[in-house]
Ligand binder design. Structure first.
Ligand code: NAD
Length: 375
């Protein structure tokens, strides 16, 4: 059994193998190889490579010889051409937008697992890469925003005067939002938060933040706990209710997502205009359409003195830890479905985790939503 870990593209600083997970794979007598010319910061991983416990291969050789290819960001179509039929690819795949890529997997009879589609169940928590990365993204959002803000976050009472705490408003209280609240609180800010799912109110309060109540009428969530899209009228009510809070905030962090759909546009240009010059907005949904009017992927846009950050790779700001938890997610997934006797990955299609995250297998689509959308 050969597992290959190719180099990530586009200045991605995260990697899907760590020294720690490599040791666990090696204990299972699995051969590991990584792509050549990667500058690893992980000292244990470097040692394992130096002592030849892990092979170094060219991208082509690695993809050609692998039974399993693991990475973070999706491979290119040219890469897929080099992978053997019957091999398994595990990565974030963006399967609802990358139709061509997953069609290629299907046509070539390559199995593929999309890390986005690991279900949000208790048993799957150790493999849940959306959560492991969103948690660190929430942390990074606050750190980046506070660096750009020309104010300190905590209250300080000094002989030279009292500094009042900065105000942080978090919109969307999922995994990223909760960590953003916790981080801003640890830094001493005054934190407020809003989510369309009223069940999060207690979680917000338990972190010492204030929950902003906006009456939107009935809002729904899926059985996996994801918010359903609001109507246009509800979005208008939400914007109305948030206008004043945004105007009074030094930092606004938006994390609002609706599963399988573009992110809702909830901060209008008018709301940005009403904010104080020097304030900072982080649009954490920038890659899926954006919550903030005017935000741009990979850029800091300045509008009337308000900085709008569109960093689409916030977990990549803390690559050591985001690699650590992603590599653990990958190991836990393979370990969960590992057949010790035959030293192979066990495709148990009746398993609720695998039947969800498996996108293609033996020339067919497996995940029900992917299957439906590609009929
Ligand atoms: P997400 O990234 O899909 O969305 C982020 C947040 O945005 C959500 O809280 C959502 O309610 C909110 N949102 C959507 N539209 C909004 C709007 N117009 N205004 C304000 N907020 C809006 O969320 P996530 O972090 O992936 O979490 C989704 C759900 O899954 C949550 O219920 C979470 O608790 C649950 N979850 C469960 C597990 C588990 O049980 N293993 C693990 C992780 C997450």
């Amino acid at each position: 059994m050969n597992i290959f870990f190719p180099k990530e593209q586009d200045n991605e600083a995260r990697f899907s193998l760590t020294g720690e997970t490599a040791q666990k794979f090696l204990k299972k007598n699995i051969n590991l190889s990584v792509e050549e010319n990667i500058d690893f910061q992980d000292t244990l991983l470097r040692e394992l490579i130096k002592e030849n416990s892990i092979n170094i291969l060219s991208r082509e050789e690695g993809l050609n010889s692998a039974n399993i290819v693991c990475n973070l960001n999706k491979l290119s179509l040219e890469d897929v051409d080099k992978i053997n039929p019957d091999a398994l690819v595990i990565s974030f795949l963006d399967p609802f937008n990358e139709k061509k890529l997953i069609e290629e997997f299907k046509n070539k009879s390559i199995s593929s697992i999309s890390m986005e589609l690991i279900p949000r169940t208790t048993r799957a928590q150790k493999m849940d890469a959306l959560s492991s990365q969103a948690n660190l993204a929430g942390y990074s959002a606050v750190i980046i925003a506070s660096n750009l803000l020309e104010k300190a976050l905590p209250m300080m009472m000094t002989a030279a005067g009292t500094i009042s705490p900065s105000k942080v408003f978090i919109v969307g209280v999922g995994v990223a939002g909760l960590q953003a609240i916790a981080t801003a609180k640890r830094l001493g800010a005054r934190v407020e938060a809003f989510d369309t799912r009223p069940v999060v109110e207690d979680q917000v309060k338990s972190l010492g933040a204030r929950f902003i109540k906006i009456d939107l009428g009935e809002t729904e969530e899926t059985n996996q706990g994801y918010a359903k899209a609001l109507t246009e009228e509800q979005i208008k009510k939400q914007q109305e209710g948030m206008k004043k809070v945004c105007a009074n905030s030094d930092i606004v962090i938006t994390t609002a997502q609706v599963f399988g759909k573009p992110a809702p546009k909830i901060i209008t240009s008018e709301m940005v205009d009403a904010m104080q010059p020097g304030s900072v907005i982080v649009d954490m949904a920038v890659a899926s359409g954006g919550n903030v009017e005017g935000s741009k992927i990979g850029e800091i846009v300045e509008v009337g003195g308000v900085k709008i950050i569109g960093n689409a790779n916030l977990p990549g700001e803390v690559p050591t830890h985001s690699s650590q938890v992603y590599a653990n997610n990958i190991f836990n997934l393979i370990d969960e479905f590992w057949d010790e006797e035959n030293s192979s990955f066990k495709y148990d299609l009746n398993d609720e985790i695998l039947s969800n995250c498996l996108v293609t297998y033996k020339g067919d689509y497996i995940n029900p939503s992917v299957k439906e959308r590609n009929k």
